[in-house]
Design a protein around this ligand. Sequence first.
Ligand code: ZN
Length: 529
Amino acid sequence: MPEHLLTNANIHTLDPQRPHAAAIAIRDEKIVAVGTEAEARAALPSAHATDLRDQTVLPGLIDAHMHMEWYSTGLQAVNAETPTRDECLRRVQAKARTTPRGAWITGYGWNQTLWGGFPTAADLDAVTQEHPVFLRAKSGHAGWANSLALKLAGITAATPDPHGGEIQRDAQGEPTGILLEDAMGLVSAHVPTPTVDELADRMRPAMENAWKFGLTGVHDFDGQRSLRAWQILRERGQLGLRVVKTIRVAYLDHAIGLGLRSGFGDDWIRLGNVKVFLDGALGPRTARMIEPYEGEPGNYGIVVTDPEEFYEHASKAAQFGLAMTTHAIGDKVNHDLLNVYAKVRSEETARGLARLRHRCEHVQILHPDDYARLGQLNVIASMQPIHATSDMLMADKYWGLRRSAGAYAWRTQLNAGAVLAFGSDCPVESLNPFLGIHAAVTRRRADGSPGPGGWYPEQRLTVNEAVRGFTLGAAYAGYMEDKIGSLQAGKLADVIVIDRDIYSGDPMDIKDTQVLGTMAGGEWKHRTF
Ligand SMILES: [Zn+2]
């Protein structure tokens, strides 16, 4: 029976009854005692103690919004975002050495303006002719293929340009290897989609990264293939993250037909909420706004799912015990979704239904009239603190200073009584949750900008509030707050050891935190000591 007795530790338990402790006793997958060394020893008298030498211990962190298939696939790809073409070619060559002959090499991130012009198929041919290669540009508007990839796609001098795209050609009319806009599809259609078993293989290094960052749980927002891959990992005995998997709204009727309810599952895999996209995003100025974008009088953003349709989904899902979640960025869609949730809440009450754990993803900007409504309606605010500091300049520019005061406003949400569940939106941002905790506490970027107070400093959280978003808050959003999210006897032993006390040091150093050990279910998944 595996036992762990961790002593001489600086433990922040997240248990409000006993926020601080010095020792923790673990038997099998559960915590049996948290407290003084004597209390922990009494629970496990024969266990060998591990002296943590005053290192800091936290509950395993949970990322409440990430994309596992997207992230895992990206880890396999060549990072083509390099200052020179030669460096990019070196990376392709290195990848080719570890890739079976004939298998595709893909990548993303090159920029011809940094490289003094477009590269060619011949450049890639010089590093491999045995693998088809296709690398997308950072802009998203061009792709770069080698000769084998062009051949597999059947692209020759005789191939006409497709509608909406262009095959770049040299003076002799031969394809150069550069495909613009919709011509990229001629090649990308030949890049095979990994099987679900292959996806499970790709998830393993992604899980290892998660452990190195101190994560023991994730809420996965990718498609249903990844749910199958998670189950394959579990069948193989390789699953070491607690997973909450969202359900695409396209499968709502299937989920109802199968009799599934949000929260169904066990300690490793649970079904989460039904996910609907309501609008676009800040960067492309497609988030739906009440007033137009600054300097663009006609642009209010776009609606992806209108409120009536969202209401139909939400009302139906709630009747069958399925909670909703929404991608909602702009203040207009957030306003509309809160109206829908208000209606669904009154239906839940009238019909005597369970009050479901509906949530909202991003909560990026709210109108002042709506600030308090998530809390009032008990809608979970699933936010990604790192987006605030990444987006702050864009937010001020596109939304203006007056509206930005209500953007990424987690202090406002917390004070209004909403549960905060924090995540990364990885791979949009790094999977490292300490970057999120840093952003939530400081409202500053890693380089210190925009200055000592941070961006809208009134929105800063305490360290404990920020950690709570990545532990108990995320656990609640995943129907598991009775099992994980704090260090208490009876809970599952998801524990991390970090190299500094983020509660007492300079908040600007939180971003540099290194994880020394990550234990999930009583097993060390990552350990450096
Ligand atoms: Zn996302």
